[in-house]
Ligand binder design. Structure first.
Ligand code: C2E
Ligand code: MG
Ligand code: MG
Length: 409
């Protein structure tokens, strides 16, 4: 850095700090302060994508990341998710003019992802605040929850997709009123020849890095719709739900692609649900609206996944032809113990009912959670108490046992 002369023998000489901020003035200010404090290596990224690129390269061993929450491209919240996928041990400092309430949410999110959030730097940024945060780098690291993630390179995932190793597992969605099996949710799994069966947490970051989300979604869609056709012929006409992030809905040919898969496998479009999760900001809202509307016209059910966890843009999507809302499993889990969570859950159920949406409670792990959702007026339940995700061969036997009144988890 050329902004200031390096003071000799600073206690921060061995430190590497990455600045991720889209505002040039803030970047310059921060790097000047870090230089003046004697930080040995200062790396700079202008948005989340550049930050991830840095983290794959020179910033791999960063001690601290100064991260803006609002950036174009990938925002700070998404960047946190990527850090978690990489098992990052860097201390994260949020640089923001944001409300303390928002910062409290970011702290909860970072904790949930096992990240080390050191604190926040509020604007205007003061050098002594930055210095005391750098001093705190010496604090002992908290233990992190096991993530079970395996670092996967995009090339390897690309090979796996091409070799047909993507195999969805299926988790039943059942009626809370009479336990009827209404359908299944396809959850992506990778049957890796050496590493065994991998869940999405192990390879979604690689898919995003390698721009492989579309081929991955295509593999899941094709397998899930083919499987629904097979079940229709040999067992029952049950629904199949496939997950897609909002950015996956930026492909104008998606409705036609799904329609032709349905035609090829003898599946009614009405059997298909797309569960939409919101990850990050929507860049091309017009295309997303166009695709969602045409999916609705085809008869495909659109479902709002993880409701209650996203941020406000989903509120906009409520104006679109969604037919289902999935209450996030964290609400289902916490509502019994926390009266405030219960109020949020109740008001989300009320909201969904008034919008005439089918309400799915996910993450049901106990019979009392089942009972609570049933009392609240939810229509559909999903969770380990009913069944864990399983491969296609297990589903028919499970359903017989389930309908015979035995919950096989
Ligand atoms: P999701 O769509 O909300 O799926 C539910 C997740 O919760 C699944 O994790 C499921 O295995 C897990 N789950 C189900 N019941 C319970 C329960 O009772 N307790 C607990 N603790 N967990 C339960 P999974 O399979 O690891 O998937 C995680 C997320 O990855 C999914 O969340 C979804 O957002 C995403 N995902 C999965 N498959 C795909 C895919 O094909 N495409 C895309 N774009 N995303 C996918
Ligand atoms: Mg889902
Ligand atoms: Mg969900």
């Amino acid at each position: 850095m050329s902004h200031a002369a390096l003071p000799t023998a600073s206690r921060f000489t061995g430190r590497t700090v990455l600045i991720a901020d889209d505002d040039e003035v803030t970047r310059t200010l921060l790097s000047r302060m870090l230089t003046a404090l004697g930080v040995g290596t200062i790396l700079v990224a202008r948005d989340g994508d550049e930050a991830i690129a840095q983290l794959n390269g020179p910033a791999q061993a960063a001690d601290m990341i100064l991260c803006d929450l609002k950036m174009p491209g990938m925002d700070g919240i998404e960047a946190l998710r990527h850090l978690a996928y990489r098992n990052s041990r860097a201390a994260i400092v949020v640089v923001s003019g944001a409300e303390p309430k928002l910062l409290a949410t970011v702290r909860m999110l970072a904790d949930a992802r096992g990240l080390r959030l050191l604190g926040a730097l509020r604007k205007p940024i003061r050098r002594d605040s930055l210095e005391s945060l750098l001093d705190r780098l010496d604090e002992p690291l908290p233990t992190r929850p096991a993530q079970g993630t395996v670092p996967i390179k995009p090339d390897e995932l690309d090979r796996g997709i091409r070799d047909g190793e993507i195999v969805p597992h299926y988790q039943p969605k059942v009626a809370l009123s009479d336990r009827a099996v209404l359908g299944v949710e396809a959850l992506v799994r990778w049957s890796h020849p050496k590493l065994g069966l991998l869940g999405p947490g192990s390879f979604i970051a690689a898919a995003e890095d390698g721009k492989l989300m579309d081929p991955l979604s295509d593999a899941v869609l094709a397998k899930a719709i083919a499987q629904a056709g097979q079940w229709r012929r040999s067992w029952a006409e049950i629904g199949v739900a496939v997950n897609m992030s909002v950015s996956g809905l930026c492909r104008l040919d998606l409705p036609e692609r799904i329609a032709s898969l349905c035609a090829a496998h003898g599946v009614m479009p009405e059997q298909v649900t797309i569960e939409v999760t919101e990850t990050g900001l929507i860049h091309d809202i017009a295309t997303v609206f166009d695709v969602i509307t045409r999916l609705g016209l085809l008869g495909i059910t659109l479902s709002i996944d993880d409701f209650g966890t996203g941020y406000s843009t989903l509120q906009q999507l409520v104006r679109l032809p969604f037919g289902e809302l999935k209450l996030d499993q964290s609400f289902v889990r916490d509502a019994a113990e926390d009266a405030r969570v219960r109020i949020v859950l109740e008001s989300n159920v009320e909201l969904a009912r008034r919008l005439d949406l089918k309400i799915v409670g996910e993450g049901i792990e106990t019979d009392s959670q089942w009972q609570m959702l049933s009392d609240l007026g939810c229509d559909v339940g999903q969770g380990y108490w009913i069944a864990k995700p399983m491969d296609c061969a297990e589903l028919v036997a499970w359903s017989q046992a389930w309908l015979a009144g035995r919950a096989v988890a």
